[in-house]
Design a protein around this ligand. Sequence first.
Ligand SMILES: Cc1cc2nc3c(=O)[nH]c(=O)nc-3n(C[C@H](O)[C@H](O)[C@H](O)COP(=O)(O)O)c2cc1C
Length: 195
Amino acid sequence: MIKLSKVFICLSFVFIFAGVASAQEFKSLPEPAKTGGKSLLESLSLRKSDRNITAKPLPEQELSNLLWAAWGINRPDGRRTAPTARNEQKIEVYAVLQDGVWLYDAQNNRLQQVLPSDVRNRYAPAGVTLLYAADVKDDFSEMYVGSVYQNAGLYCASAGLANIVKVSGKNELKGMLPLKKKYEVMAIQSVGYIN
Ligand SMILES: Cc1cc2nc3c(=O)[nH]c(=O)nc-3n(C[C@H](O)[C@H](O)[C@H](O)COP(=O)(O)O)c2cc1C
Protein backbone atom coordinates (compact mmCIF):
# COMPACT_ATOMS: atom_id res chain seq x y z
CA MET A 1 0.00 0.00 0.00
CA ILE A 2 2.79 2.42 1.02
CA LYS A 3 4.74 1.50 -2.09
CA LEU A 4 1.72 2.20 -4.30
CA SER A 5 1.21 5.66 -2.80
CA LYS A 6 4.92 6.44 -3.32
CA VAL A 7 4.60 5.45 -6.98
CA PHE A 8 1.51 7.67 -7.27
CA ILE A 9 3.34 10.68 -5.73
CA CYS A 10 6.35 10.17 -8.05
CA LEU A 11 4.08 9.92 -11.10
CA SER A 12 2.26 13.11 -10.07
CA PHE A 13 5.60 14.96 -9.93
CA VAL A 14 6.52 13.61 -13.38
CA PHE A 15 3.22 14.83 -14.87
CA ILE A 16 3.42 18.24 -13.15
CA PHE A 17 7.02 18.69 -14.34
CA ALA A 18 6.12 17.63 -17.90
CA GLY A 19 3.24 20.11 -17.89
CA VAL A 20 5.46 22.98 -16.73
CA ALA A 21 8.23 22.05 -19.17
CA SER A 22 5.82 22.10 -22.13
CA ALA A 23 3.87 25.17 -20.95
CA GLN A 24 3.66 27.65 -23.81
CA GLU A 25 2.49 31.17 -23.59
CA PHE A 26 -0.02 32.49 -26.08
CA LYS A 27 -1.60 35.90 -26.47
CA SER A 28 -4.94 36.17 -28.27
CA LEU A 29 -5.29 39.10 -30.62
CA PRO A 30 -8.48 41.10 -31.19
CA GLU A 31 -10.25 40.33 -34.48
CA PRO A 32 -8.38 42.39 -37.13
CA ALA A 33 -10.29 45.25 -38.75
CA LYS A 34 -10.78 44.45 -42.43
CA THR A 35 -12.46 47.69 -43.43
CA GLY A 36 -11.60 51.35 -42.90
CA GLY A 37 -8.32 53.20 -43.10
CA LYS A 38 -7.18 55.36 -46.01
CA SER A 39 -7.84 54.19 -49.54
CA LEU A 40 -5.21 52.11 -51.33
CA LEU A 41 -4.31 55.00 -53.64
CA GLU A 42 -3.98 57.43 -50.74
CA SER A 43 -1.89 54.87 -48.84
CA LEU A 44 0.40 54.42 -51.85
CA SER A 45 0.85 58.16 -52.11
CA LEU A 46 1.77 58.32 -48.38
CA ARG A 47 4.02 55.24 -48.15
CA LYS A 48 7.54 56.09 -47.03
CA SER A 49 10.32 55.08 -44.67
CA ASP A 50 10.53 56.95 -41.39
CA ARG A 51 13.48 56.67 -39.00
CA ASN A 52 12.00 58.75 -36.15
CA ILE A 53 9.76 56.25 -34.43
CA THR A 54 8.83 56.32 -30.74
CA ALA A 55 9.02 53.29 -28.44
CA LYS A 56 5.38 53.72 -27.39
CA PRO A 57 3.72 50.27 -27.63
CA LEU A 58 0.92 49.84 -30.15
CA PRO A 59 -2.60 49.06 -28.89
CA GLU A 60 -3.44 45.36 -29.38
CA GLN A 61 -6.02 46.23 -32.04
CA GLU A 62 -3.39 48.11 -34.07
CA LEU A 63 -0.94 45.23 -33.71
CA SER A 64 -3.57 42.74 -34.83
CA ASN A 65 -4.50 44.87 -37.86
CA LEU A 66 -0.84 45.30 -38.81
CA LEU A 67 -0.03 41.58 -38.59
CA TRP A 68 -3.15 40.65 -40.48
CA ALA A 69 -2.41 43.18 -43.23
CA ALA A 70 1.16 41.87 -43.45
CA TRP A 71 0.59 38.13 -43.45
CA GLY A 72 -2.95 37.33 -42.33
CA ILE A 73 -5.44 34.88 -43.74
CA ASN A 74 -7.96 36.61 -45.99
CA ARG A 75 -9.94 33.67 -47.41
CA PRO A 76 -11.76 30.67 -45.94
CA ASP A 77 -9.28 28.27 -47.58
CA GLY A 78 -6.42 29.69 -45.51
CA ARG A 79 -4.74 31.73 -48.21
CA ARG A 80 -3.03 34.95 -47.25
CA THR A 81 -2.77 38.70 -47.87
CA ALA A 82 0.53 38.03 -49.71
CA PRO A 83 1.05 35.45 -52.47
CA THR A 84 3.59 32.59 -52.34
CA ALA A 85 4.66 30.07 -54.98
CA ARG A 86 2.27 27.11 -54.97
CA ASN A 87 0.74 28.70 -51.84
CA GLU A 88 3.61 27.21 -49.83
CA GLN A 89 3.42 30.07 -47.30
CA LYS A 90 7.13 29.76 -46.49
CA ILE A 91 7.58 32.84 -44.35
CA GLU A 92 7.18 33.51 -40.64
CA VAL A 93 6.58 36.81 -38.91
CA TYR A 94 7.82 37.52 -35.38
CA ALA A 95 6.92 40.53 -33.25
CA VAL A 96 9.45 42.01 -30.82
CA LEU A 97 7.39 43.45 -27.96
CA GLN A 98 8.06 44.64 -24.41
CA ASP A 99 7.18 41.18 -23.06
CA GLY A 100 9.36 39.14 -25.40
CA VAL A 101 9.43 37.89 -28.96
CA TRP A 102 6.27 36.37 -30.38
CA LEU A 103 5.48 34.30 -33.47
CA TYR A 104 2.37 35.42 -35.37
CA ASP A 105 -0.07 32.52 -35.65
CA ALA A 106 -2.59 33.74 -38.24
CA GLN A 107 -4.75 30.58 -38.13
CA ASN A 108 -5.57 31.17 -34.49
CA ASN A 109 -5.23 34.95 -34.57
CA ARG A 110 -2.79 34.89 -31.70
CA LEU A 111 0.86 35.27 -30.80
CA GLN A 112 3.03 32.48 -29.47
CA GLN A 113 5.88 33.48 -27.22
CA VAL A 114 9.25 32.23 -28.45
CA LEU A 115 11.51 34.34 -26.23
CA PRO A 116 10.36 35.66 -22.85
CA SER A 117 12.92 38.44 -22.44
CA ASP A 118 12.69 42.08 -23.46
CA VAL A 119 15.18 42.42 -26.33
CA ARG A 120 13.89 45.73 -27.70
CA ASN A 121 17.18 47.46 -26.89
CA ARG A 122 18.81 45.44 -29.70
CA TYR A 123 16.71 47.36 -32.21
CA ALA A 124 15.92 51.01 -32.96
CA PRO A 125 13.02 52.40 -30.89
CA ALA A 126 9.65 51.13 -32.17
CA GLY A 127 6.20 50.17 -30.93
CA VAL A 128 6.89 46.79 -32.50
CA THR A 129 9.75 45.42 -34.58
CA LEU A 130 8.65 42.78 -37.05
CA LEU A 131 11.14 40.07 -38.01
CA TYR A 132 10.66 38.26 -41.31
CA ALA A 133 12.12 34.76 -41.40
CA ALA A 134 12.20 32.54 -44.46
CA ASP A 135 14.16 29.68 -46.04
CA VAL A 136 17.48 31.17 -47.16
CA LYS A 137 17.91 28.37 -49.71
CA ASP A 138 14.59 29.11 -51.43
CA ASP A 139 14.95 31.37 -54.50
CA PHE A 140 11.60 33.02 -53.75
CA SER A 141 12.17 33.96 -50.12
CA GLU A 142 13.24 37.53 -50.81
CA MET A 143 10.07 38.01 -52.86
CA TYR A 144 7.94 36.70 -50.00
CA VAL A 145 9.63 38.96 -47.48
CA GLY A 146 9.24 41.94 -49.81
CA SER A 147 5.53 41.27 -50.37
CA VAL A 148 4.88 41.02 -46.65
CA TYR A 149 6.81 44.13 -45.64
CA GLN A 150 5.13 46.10 -48.40
CA ASN A 151 1.72 44.99 -47.08
CA ALA A 152 2.78 46.13 -43.60
CA GLY A 153 4.18 49.41 -44.97
CA LEU A 154 0.93 50.16 -46.80
CA TYR A 155 -1.06 49.39 -43.66
CA CYS A 156 1.17 51.88 -41.80
CA ALA A 157 0.51 54.55 -44.41
CA SER A 158 -3.21 53.82 -44.21
CA ALA A 159 -3.25 53.98 -40.38
CA GLY A 160 -0.89 56.96 -39.91
CA LEU A 161 1.95 54.87 -38.46
CA ALA A 162 5.65 55.19 -39.22
CA ASN A 163 7.75 52.30 -40.47
CA ILE A 164 11.11 51.40 -41.89
CA VAL A 165 12.44 48.17 -43.39
CA LYS A 166 16.05 47.25 -42.65
CA VAL A 167 18.41 44.42 -43.30
CA SER A 168 20.96 45.79 -40.84
CA GLY A 169 20.08 44.28 -37.46
CA LYS A 170 18.51 41.17 -38.96
CA ASN A 171 21.03 38.94 -37.15
CA GLU A 172 20.50 40.44 -33.69
CA LEU A 173 18.77 37.30 -32.40
CA LYS A 174 20.80 34.77 -34.39
CA GLY A 175 20.60 31.36 -32.72
CA MET A 176 17.98 32.56 -30.22
CA LEU A 177 14.77 31.94 -32.16
CA PRO A 178 13.25 28.48 -32.71
CA LEU A 179 13.39 28.85 -36.49
CA LYS A 180 12.56 26.06 -38.93
CA LYS A 181 15.48 24.34 -40.68
CA LYS A 182 17.19 26.66 -43.21
CA TYR A 183 15.11 29.65 -42.02
CA GLU A 184 16.81 32.92 -41.11
CA VAL A 185 15.58 36.41 -40.36
CA MET A 186 15.98 38.14 -43.74
CA ALA A 187 14.65 41.62 -42.95
CA ILE A 188 13.21 43.58 -40.05
CA GLN A 189 10.62 46.36 -39.97
CA SER A 190 10.23 48.91 -37.19
CA VAL A 191 6.67 50.20 -36.78
CA GLY A 192 5.27 52.79 -34.41
CA TYR A 193 4.20 56.31 -33.78
CA ILE A 194 5.98 59.18 -35.50
CA ASN A 195 8.33 61.10 -33.21
C1 LIG B 1 15.39 45.45 -48.49
C2 LIG B 1 15.61 46.79 -47.83
C3 LIG B 1 16.65 46.95 -46.96
C4 LIG B 1 16.86 48.14 -46.29
N1 LIG B 1 17.85 48.23 -45.37
C5 LIG B 1 18.00 49.38 -44.68
C6 LIG B 1 18.97 49.45 -43.65
O1 LIG B 1 19.66 48.47 -43.34
N2 LIG B 1 19.10 50.61 -42.99
C7 LIG B 1 18.31 51.71 -43.28
O2 LIG B 1 18.47 52.76 -42.64
N3 LIG B 1 17.36 51.67 -44.23
C8 LIG B 1 17.18 50.53 -44.93
N4 LIG B 1 16.21 50.44 -45.90
C9 LIG B 1 15.34 51.60 -46.17
C10 LIG B 1 15.74 52.31 -47.46
O3 LIG B 1 16.89 53.10 -47.25
C11 LIG B 1 14.58 53.18 -47.96
O4 LIG B 1 13.48 52.32 -48.27
C12 LIG B 1 14.98 53.98 -49.17
O5 LIG B 1 15.85 55.03 -48.81
C13 LIG B 1 13.80 54.58 -49.92
O6 LIG B 1 13.06 55.40 -49.06
P1 LIG B 1 11.48 55.24 -48.96
O7 LIG B 1 11.20 53.87 -48.36
O8 LIG B 1 11.02 56.35 -48.04
O9 LIG B 1 10.92 55.33 -50.32
C14 LIG B 1 15.99 49.25 -46.54
C15 LIG B 1 14.93 49.10 -47.45
C16 LIG B 1 14.75 47.88 -48.07
C17 LIG B 1 13.57 47.70 -48.99
